[in-house]
Design a protein around this ligand. Structure first.
Ligand code: URA
Length: 481
């Protein structure tokens, strides 16, 4: 029996056919499936058009199997339909199958699902848009990507959410997708020659990539694994990989040899009367700043240039809380102005989220460091130091009155939730645990991304953007919940 599926990723059509074949008792080795776009092998009428009466009959398969089929159908392997039907047949006839984790068919399906997931992630990490001006005078962003599997439709809603404000198109050899700001539209595949030429934004991206590249963290094998060579020809930054990895050793050495940044002490005299009396919260942010500056409840204040309190509007939707000021924040007296802040700025700009609409603060108000020579090397604040600082953060929250709190990293999450937090396990959702009713959203600290090896960063960054986007978009709903 031959079955032709008009759309190679139409799970409902596959399920209808499969149910009917199963109901009619047709064994898997008697069915030939064809569902490839343009394959034209079986263009004659379908031998096995599903009959509505039988196709509707229910078959008890585990929900996880339906989800597995949803992934496997996106795989490029033409044998995927045969495999899924064979598994369905076997689930119906071999009850023990669902408890056998080592079954070869099941393992193959799981490997295929994993390959599809990986392809989906790679597309999210490696699509690079180029700005083009359309004939209608409107700006569009166009990207060329070559997925391994049929993932364009499955991935499109992600890009629509991420780049909701942009008009964009992603061209691939098999399918194209376009977003006009309102709706997604899909079309036939494109030719590689339709890929637009580089724009000025691409040069900016290259400069950024060159600057964040840390030769001391270069791990070539991992980079190759996470950013396989087959993606390189569509990644503008790949042109930089050979030169910068080639020069990495010399650059690491020159970083070691470079003279240290001098620690600058610009301590202002402390007016002791600005310390709040025990248990009295500061009346406003100016008083908070002065009092935190004078604080010696733990030893780190004595070494820092100044306390760095937050900045931003009062009563914002979001207050983003980091760990503690770094070297540059300590000198400037402002939060998130160093490398971590620049990465945060870049992410927010990509999401169209203006920095001046959020209040940015830190859990710990003074810079903790250790001197190596004259260089000040960041040290994570000890728990007792973060605890000693907690009342400043609480006062800041009460004075600023944000709707929701976004914890960047474990120190901030612990300070806001009052318990240890495993960031990877709890990231990405609003948590309702605080006594003041403010929801807390946990995600990574930007420094965690900067510390990653080059090959891992793009994917982790894409996931982090996802978190930030969710935090940004859902705070009112979360507050109302
Ligand atoms: N890291 C932080 O947590 N806060 C800053 O202000 C800068 C870096």
């Amino acid at each position: 029996m031959r079955v032709r599926l008009d759309d190679p990723i139409d799970l409902d059509a596959f399920r209808q056919h499969a149910r009917q074949l199963l109901a009619e008792g047709v064994p898997p080795d008697r069915v030939e499936w064809n569902g490839e776009r343009g394959a034209g092998l079986f263009d004659e009428a379908n031998d096995a058009a599903p009959s509505p009466s039988i196709a509707g009959a229910p078959h008890a398969v585990p929900a996880s199997f339906v989800a597995l089929c949803g992934d496997v159908i996106l795989h490029r392997d033409p044998q995927r339909f045969a495999l899924m039907y064979r598994l369905l047949w076997r689930l119906a006839h071999e009850p023990a199958l669902r408890h056998d984790p080592l079954d070869a068919d099941m393992m193959q399906a799981q490997l295929m699902a994993k390959a599809v997931h990986r392809d989906i992630h790679k597309m999210r990490a490696f699509v690079r848009f180029t700005k083009v001006m359309g004939e209608d005078g409107l700006e569009r962003h166009v990207a060329w990507f070559e997925p391994d599997h049929h993932i364009v439709e499955a991935n499109a809603p992600f890009f629509a959410r991420r780049f909701a404000q942009m008009r964009w198109a992603i061209l691939t050899p098999e399918r194209c997708v376009e977003w006009d700001g309102q709706a997604l539209a899909f079309g036939e595949g494109a030719d590689r020659r339709e890929k637009p030429p580089p724009d000025a934004g691409e040069q900016l991206w290259l400069t950024y990539y060159e600057h964040i590249f840390n030769p001391a963290r270069l791990k070539v094998a991992m980079m190759r694994r996470e950013m396989p060579r087959r993606y390189w020809h569509n990644l503008p930054e790949a042109a930089l990989i050979q030169p910068i990895t080639g020069a990495a050793q010399a650059r690491s050495q020159s970083m070691i040899d470079a003279p240290p940044t001098a620690a600058r002490r610009i301590r202002a005299p402390i007016a002791l009367h600005l310390r709040p009396a025990d248990g009295v919260a500061p009346a406003d942010l100016a008083e908070l700043r002065a009092a935190a500056h004078a604080c010696r409840d733990c030893p780190i204040g004595a070494l820092a240039t100044q306390a760095v309190c937050g900045e931003g509007p009062l009563a914002p939707r979001h207050m983003l809380v980091g760990e503690q000021p770094g070297d540059q924040e300590d000198l400037a007296g402002r939060p998130f102005v160093g490398p971590a802040g620049q990465l945060l700025d870049r992410a927010m700009a990509q999401l169209g989220w203006a920095r001046d609409t959020v209040y940015l603060a830190n859990a710990v108000k003074h810079f903790k460091y250790e001197l190596r020579g004259k260089r000040r090397i960041h040290k994570t604040a000890a728990q007792r130091e973060a605890e000693a600082c907690a009342h400043w953060l609480d006062s800041e929250i009460s004075l600023v009155r944000p709707q929701g709190l976004v914890a960047l990293g474990a120190t901030a999450a612990r300070a806001l939730l009052g318990r240890p937090v495993a960031v990877q396990a709890e990231r990405g959702a609003w948590l309702h645990e605080r006594r003041d009713g403010r929801p807390v959203f946990v995600t990574l600290h930007p420094s965690a991304l900067l510390r990653l090896a080059d090959g891992e960063r793009a994917e982790a960054y894409a996931r982090w953007l996802d978190d930030l986007e969710r935090a940004r978009g859902t705070v009112s709903a979360a507050t109302a919940a």
